[in-house]
Write a protein that binds this ligand. Structure first.
Ligand SMILES: [Zn+2]
Length: 343
């Protein structure tokens, strides 16, 4: 049984983290047919309570939420520690590792959060000690002033990429710059680095951070030529983006992620607006007073129905769907774990 407390989790928006009639109808009509029996979420966050912000997200909460929104499905996760304000990177990693050890199962895996000033030796030791499968980095730790235009190597140090290469591990990369993966410097860096460090694995979060259509299709052929570069789907809510991905990307390197519970559990939707995007439903957003008529659903349900609509329109096969939701992630993580045994 999902805990009653989920309905009281108002931070995430009207209805909290419990199922509403709107959620049930969307699941029944648009998601159930599409969602396979096994779901691997490659983008899940654990963190402590954020001052004046998100409540704590524990492994238990992630699993309770998944049990509810993916009913009857077997679920597993890749955990990405994230540094909420007021916590050091070391504290964040410690908390996530502790939570992970307490409530994970054999299929679950975890990354380590790193920032550029950490020594390569420390990173290598911690990765091995904690049985992690790679690194999570983020642009706020960039060494340049303007974090919104941060080049990859300003928040992912090359010495850390060398460790990835040596251990055969992955990095989960949330790109900076307004055009994300379609930015000429970003795609060139991915090409250069993934080739130079051919044993490292690269996972581009949020479809290469394409929350809006028209970007992914610009670089899809170049990405297809990079065998150690993967893409995951977290929080993208635009069917057109998924059409670009499903139609043209190598589907053996596409993986399902949600950004849950922190963002996937939010009630709202990421929408294209101007040259950017916005999360309608961000905490503080004013839903109409008659919200029973405009009851929002979870971002993860908006994402899944965008995926299911795109899948239907491009005629995505059942086997591809099963691979995207489970096999591709399991294969990637197994190959990393296998490499550790031979190091
Ligand atoms: Zn995330």
């Amino acid at each position: 049984m999902v805990k009653k407390s989920l309905s009281k989790a108002k931070y995430w928006g009207p209805g909290g983290l419990a199922m509403t009639p709107t959620d049930r109808e969307i699941f029944r009509e648009e998601i159930d047919w599409f969602l396979p029996r096994k779901v691997f979420d490659i983008h899940v966050h654990l963190h402590a309570k954020v001052k004046n912000g998100s409540p704590a997200v524990s492994m238990r909460l992630v699993k309770d939420f998944q049990k509810m929104v993916f009913p009857g499905r077997r679920c597993a996760n890749l955990v990405l520690p994230v540094p909420p304000e007021g916590h050091t990177v070391e504290q964040v990693n410690r908390l996530a590792m502790r939570e992970f050890r307490k409530d994970s199962t054999a299929d679950d895996a975890i990354l380590m959060f790193v920032e550029p000033s950490m020594s390569a030796e420390y990173v290598r030791e911690e990765l091995i000690k904690n049985n992690a499968v790679g690194l999570k980095v983020y642009m706020i730790y960039s060494t340049v002033k303007d974090k919104a235009k941060a080049p990859i190597r300003s928040f992912l140090a090359e010495k850390h990429i060398k460790v990835m290469d040596e251990l055969g591990m992955m990095v989960m990369l949330h790109l900076s710059k307004p055009k994300a993966i379609a930015d000429p410097a970003n795609i060139r860096d991915i090409e250069v680095l993934s080739k130079r460090y051919a044993n490292s694995k690269w996972v581009l979060a949020h479809c290469g951070r394409c929350f809006r259509p028209g970007l992914f299709e610009k670089v899809v052929d170049r990405l297809n030529a990079l065998p150690n570069v993967y893409v995951e789907t977290a929080a993208v809510c635009e069917p057109l983006v998924f059409m670009e991905v499903f139609k043209n990307f190598d589907l053996s390197r596409l993986m399902f992620g949600t950004d849950g519970v922190s963002f996937g559990g939010m009630r709202g939707r990421y929408v294209e607006t101007g040259l950017f995007w916005s999360l309608v439903g961000r905490p503080g957003f004013q839903w109409r007073a008659d919200f029973l008529l405009t009851q929002p659903t979870f971002v993860v349900y908006e994402q899944l129905r965008a995926m299911s609509r795109a899948a239907r329109l491009v005629g995505l096969g059942k086997r591809d769907i099963r691979n995207i939701f489970w096999n591709n992630a399991i294969r990637l993580i197994r190959s990393i774990r296998q490499a550790q045994k031979t190091v």
